[in-house]
Ligand binder design. Structure first.
Ligand SMILES: Cc1cc2nc3c(=O)[nH]c(=O)nc-3n(C[C@H](O)[C@H](O)[C@H](O)COP(=O)(O)OP(=O)(O)OC[C@H]3O[C@@H](n4cnc5c(N)ncnc54)[C@H](O)[C@@H]3O)c2cc1C
Length: 374
């Protein structure tokens, strides 16, 4: 029922805007409003904070269905989850009430600031600092590649509080858009997900109250990694949605398009491609749903030893599948697939990012191997 509801909303309000959003690179505020009206914009926020209280699997289904229509728009529910999971995992009650409630009401979105110009895969090498000054912290530095920066009100930011302590000297904070000393850079010009702005964050003696620290001092990097265990599953969901959109479009096309006097769907060479696309997609989907079940149990305090493996595995499998499937969808449309008159080239460009962010797929393999060998 949830899938049908989101699909109907996506078909009605999101899919018709997807090509224009890609073309103009404008953040789709109308889609945001439609998602807020349907309580789908931050669907994972628990009911006690005014949210819809969707579990991890329901959140995956929402993201999947939005991404099937428009990958940029699917980053609204996905990045709202990414930015707020640190609060849900270790935030104080005060912090949760203060930020989750307005996010649930649709008054502001959350972004997540971990990466820096010189600290990508090696995120612990970050240089942004937060120095305690009375009952405040003063932040200085630059974050890079921050999804929805500029359109978000709230930012979860990781910064070094003890330079001598390495990864154990990193802490997490909430920064607000209006904080003095905080600003954002120009929009990156990207291959895909063009309707989701990616920008740098600048901290220039940005002074924030100490109560905005998420969890204890020195636990920020641990929280960042624990967050990714839950949210890589949402990137898998985005990849699944993009791939499903491309497969569905290609299926319709090959039944209509005639060559040699019959629909190209009648050729076995085409059928085998379709079968492989659907097989890869369904395998990745089942892995993602299994990971979502584990994420939900871990969120409720259960010890789930293989969550890290499953979240990396599903993100890697689903994004690799999405890349293969969207490339094949372009192929199945022939020359038409290569033009922006048809949606599959956009889906192919959008799919690529799912192999890169929240840890590249090489890093996912590093994570999985570490779990196997430990
Ligand atoms: C559009 C977009 C949105 C993003 N959104 C966010 C966001 O909201 N918040 C945020 O914090 N970050 C975000 N990121 C950052 C993203 O997570 C990083 O780009 C990613 O982690 C890779 O870091 P890097 O770009 O510095 O690449 P690098 O780390 O420089 O990697 C370069 C290459 O080396 C490979 N490599 C690096 N280390 C290893 C290793 N040990 N073994 C094997 N291969 C390795 C990589 O896989 C890659 O192929 C976003 C990025 C993009 C492009």
């Amino acid at each position: 029922m949830l899938r049908e509801t989101v699909r109907a909303l996506a078909d009605d309000k999101i899919a018709p805007r997807a090509a224009e959003v890609d073309e103009t690179g404008e953040f789709p505020w109308d889609v945001y409003k439609a998602l807020v009206d349907a309580d789908m914009h931050a669907v994972h926020i628990p009911e006690e904070y005014g949210g819809a209280g969707a579990d991890a699997l329901a959140t995956v289904i929402v993201i999947e269905e939005v991404a099937r229509a428009c990958a940029s728009s699917s980053l609204i529910p996905a990045v709202n989850k990414l930015g707020t999971v640190p609060l849900l995992l270790v935030g104080s009650e005060e912090l949760k009430r203060h930020y989750l409630e307005p996010t649930a009401r649709g008054e502001g979105m959350f972004s997540y600031g971990l990466s820096e110009p010189d600290a990508g895969s090696d995120a612990a090498a970050m240089r942004t600092t937060a120095v305690r000054d009375g009952d405040h912290y003063v932040l200085n530095g630059t974050k890079r590649w921050i999804t929805n920066a500029g359109v978000s009100e709230y930012y979860t930011v990781m910064a070094v509080t003890d330079p001598a302590a390495g990864a154990r000297g990193i802490s997490a904070f909430v920064v607000e858009k209006g904080d003095e000393g905080f600003s954002v850079g120009a929009k990156e010009k990207k291959l895909g997900i063009k309707g989701s702005p990616t920008r740098e964050l600048y901290f220039d003696n940005c002074r924030i109250p100490a109560w905005r620290m998420i969890g204890d001092e020195g636990t920020g990097f641990k929280t960042a990694l624990a967050t990714l265990d839950h949210t890589r599953i949402t990137i898998a969901a985005q990849a699944l949605g993009i791939a499903q959109g491309a497969l569905d479009y290609a299926l319709g096309y090959v039944k209509e398009r005639k060559q040699f006097g019959k629909p190209v769907a009648d050729f076995q060479g085409v059928q085998f491609m379709l079968a492989d696309m659907a097989m890869k997609l369904e395998a990745a989907r089942q892995l993602t749903y299994a990971a979502a079940g584990k994420s939900e149990r871990a969120m409720h305090g259960e010890r789930v030893d293989d969550l890290t493996f499953f979240s990396s595995a599903c993100k890697c499998a689903a994004s690799d599948a999405a890349m293969d499937i969207t490339v094949d969808a372009v192929q199945l449309l022939g020359g038409y697939g290569y033009t922006s008159d048809f949606p599959v080239e956009r889906m192919m460009r959008d799919a690529k990012i799912t192999q890169i962010y929240e840890g590249t797929n090489q890093i996912q393999r590093v994570v999985m191997a570490r779990q196997l060998l430990k």
